[in-house]
Design a protein. Structure first.
Length: 95
């Protein structure tokens, strides 16, 4: 059973760490959030943001892909995936 409240608690902790610039700790919290609730698209996206900031573009792409599966109409998710693809050297796919 999915505990959405627990997932959001981890998400909120991750968001706090992200705002402080502590991306490593934020990734851990966002990972816990999606482990509990794989449909938490915000946690997938924000985990991707942190991984991007940490230079882990391949994992960021994977996170953005998961967020896009859940919210395909979100332009920001597509844009951030494109930035990560570009930084990872996937220029054609980034376009």
């Amino acid at each position: 059973m999915i505990d959405s409240n627990k997932s959001m608690n981890f998400y909120n902790e991750g968001d706090s760490f992200y705002r402080e610039g502590n991306y490593g700790e934020a990734v851990i919290r966002f990972a816990e959030a999606v482990k509990i609730d794989p449909h938490n698209y915000r946690a997938w996206h924000d985990k991707g943001l942190c991984l991007y900031k940490l230079g882990n573009y391949e994992e960021a792409i994977n996170c953005y892909t998961e967020a896009i599966k859940l919210k395909p109409d979100n332009d920001t998710y597509w844009t951030n995936k494109g930035y990560s693809l570009y930084k990872h050297g996937n220029y054609e796919e980034a376009i």
